[in-house]
Write a protein that binds this ligand. Structure first.
Ligand code: COA
Length: 188
């Protein structure tokens, strides 16, 4: 396993994973300030001030060195516009080598496979450069679009925790999905 691992921008067919920049504030606020976008996120829709704060914080997180470290790359379209963000958090290092993945896409950019393409770039890095054994995703099972993404990526539904979290004034379930390095390699 390669630790520390430093995130570097990477360009795919139609999307790029890039560093977050201060001038992403307007585009990021348009996404994270939208209650519909945040419906199944752990946080409520964010004010511009809050987005500015998390943008500055997350832009500085570019290295995975120990469990708990995360990177939150900007997801850009071919014009360079920010259309979302991806998330990768190291959960355990050697010997378990596990990480969690996540995604957030602007409503205007949905339905074209951009998030799936970005997730594939990230999984290639996870199982290639970083040398992870397992990548998992946790989501609200009512989040059909996110469940569909896990399935498109070949992630296995491994569990369903019932009402284990009190979130946004209601009991919330969590679905657990995962894929192993050998399973990702077999799909390539
Ligand atoms: C989850 C989320 C990223 C999924 O967005 P999405 O646009 O459905 O996902 P993709 O960008 O991969 O696009 C897939 C869709 O594009 C279609 N598509 C079109 N061209 C495609 C292509 N070349 N490749 C793949 N899919 C393509 C797919 O059929 C699919 O549409 P469908 O769901 O109607 O079948 C988005 O709904 C979101 O950001 N939600 C809010 C944040 C959130 O809840 N995040 C997850 C928290 S766990």
């Amino acid at each position: 396993m390669t630790l520390p691992w430093d995130f570097r921008p990477i360009v795919g067919g139609r999307v790029a994973l890039d560093l977050l920049r201060p001038d992403d504030l307007d585009a990021l606020h348009a996404i994270q300030g939208d209650p519909e976008v945040c419906r199944y996120m752990l946080y409520e829709a964010r004010s511009r001030e809050k987005v500015a704060e998390v943008l500055e914080r997350d832009a500085a997180h570019t290295r995975l060195a120990e469990p708990g470290d995360y990177v939150q790359p900007a997801l850009r379209d071919a014009s360079g516009a920010l259309i979302g963000t991806m998330y990768l958090e190291l959960r355990s290092a050697d010997p378990d080598r596990t990480a969690e993945i996540g995604w957030l896409l602007a409503p205007t950019a949905r339905g074209r496979g951009y998030a799936t393409e970005a997730a594939r770039l990230l999984l290639d890095l996870c199982f290639g450069e970083i040398g992870l054994h397992r990548v998992q995703a946790e989501l609200d099972p009512r989040n059909d679009a996110s469940v569909a993404m896990c399935i498109r990526l070949g992630m296995r539904h491994e569990g369903h925790f019932v009402e284990h979290m009190w979130l946004k004034d209601e009991w919330t379930d969590t679905g657990h999905y995962a894929i192993l390095e050998r399973e990702w390699a077999a799909r390539a």
